[in-house]
Design a protein around this ligand. Sequence first.
Ligand SMILES: Nc1ncnc2c1ncn2[C@@H]1O[C@H](COP(=O)(O)OP(=O)(O)OP(=O)(O)O)[C@@H](O)[C@H]1O
Ligand SMILES: [Mg+2]
Length: 261
Amino acid sequence: MTSAATTPLLDVQGVGKRFGGVQALSDVGLRIQAGQVHGLIGPNGAGKTTFFNTITGLVPSDTGRFALAGRAYQPTAVHQVAQAGIARTFQNIRLFADMNALDNVRVGRHVRTQVPWWQAVLRTKAFLHEELQIERDARALLDFVGLGDKALQTARTLSYGDQRRLEIARALATEPKLLALDEPAAGMNATEKGALRELIERIRQQGRSVLLIEHDVKLVMGLCDHVTVLDQGRVIASGTPAEVQRDPAVIAAYLGTGAHA
Ligand SMILES: Nc1ncnc2c1ncn2[C@@H]1O[C@H](COP(=O)(O)OP(=O)(O)OP(=O)(O)O)[C@@H](O)[C@H]1O
Ligand SMILES: [Mg+2]
């Protein structure tokens, strides 16, 4: 038995996934400690997004054991994963493009609503009270990610960087224990990346853990407590940023010398 103090927040082991002739993941595992930022890096096609998809219920894995905060969970449906406490953003931004920023965040908040559906139909006092609370929470989240003045702007008209921050706000609306970000800095300029780094630090300070897929080495090395490196569907290294940076298998994978094979 492991004690509560040492139980990882996320403990995923033995994940395998094949797409036709492609073995996208082979025996992939990682453990994320509570309150830590954990990087998942690797060359294009390494299997990073597929791993996210398996832990969040978007794609069924062939094998794997999944536990969050010491409790086994089955990533069979996206809303169950959200209720278990995992939220994510997407490499290709997925927002309700024609809805405004505020409504996009409100949608995320509904995962945590309490009032039964029939009260919504009858528009009871409890329902209206909850709706007001949801709006207040959503506005607070937009402030938190730096979009407070863009609440009523249609999502598709926001800049790329703002859309990525809106996705983070929507994910945070589900009150996740673990926030999984798939290349959040893609398409951002240096100033936006600086703001993103500071935002992830604040999310960590709230006691949440973050799993971060990112190609920007500076961002990964500056932010992460621990880094797992994937190459061709396998974990080739796992350790502190300094450890993985000098690991010969990692260097070989990135230089494409094949020396790690
Ligand atoms: N739905 C799918 N059907 C078939 N093959 C897939 C599917 N999704 C991913 N793959 C394949 O699985 C492998 C891993 O892809 P994945 O998108 O997970 O890599 P990645 O590490 O996220 O890469 P990138 O850095 O380019 O985003 C690739 O060979 C990819 O072509
Ligand atoms: Mg990817």
